[in-house]
Ligand binder design. Structure first.
Ligand code: FES
Length: 143
């Protein structure tokens, strides 16, 4: 039997008196956990500061050519083309169903190609030729 004060140097698995591999692993595990918590707290604080610095974009004029007519609306840059069509211009042919680009109910034609209006901002549609379902017919061929 070894005395508690006896040196353990030279003993396999022991690196010194009163200190063994288990103690080392416990200590290093606690240090890693403390570092992880500190890092998470720092990231959280940084995200809060970043969010506080974000200033809401101000509404501005957006000029759109829809169904051959020019329209100017004042909207925030984040507003979708679909919202402008339905809420500002009363063009309700494009429907708001999923708003996640899954259903196609909001499809319009932009520069000759079908596009989901819920996936485009009005700002990015400036200078493009937009056609909605209202602009497809002349209203005379209805049976
Ligand atoms: S609303 Fe469904 S794809 Fe746009």
């Amino acid at each position: 039997m070894r005395d508690a004060n006896e040196s353990t140097q030279g003993t396999p698995g022991r690196s010194g008196p009163g200190f063994n591999r288990r103690d080392f692993l416990k200590g290093s595990g606690a240090a890693v956990a403390a570092t992880a918590v500190a890092t998470a707290v720092e990231e959280s604080v940084a995200q809060e500061k970043k969010a506080a610095n974000v200033v809401a974009a101000k509404p501005g004029p957006v000029k759109l050519e829809i169904n051959g007519k020019s329209h100017t609306v004042t909207v925030e840059p984040r507003v979708t083309l679909l919202d402008v069509l339905r809420n500002d211009l009363n063009l309700t042919g494009a429907k708001e169903v999923c708003t996640t680009t899954n259903c196609g109910a909001c499809t319009v034609i932009i520069d000759g190609k079908p596009v989901y209006a819920c996936a485009r901002t009005a700002v990015e549609c400036q200078g493009k030729k937009i056609t909605t379902v209202e602009g497809l017919g002349d209203g005379k061929d209805v049976d």
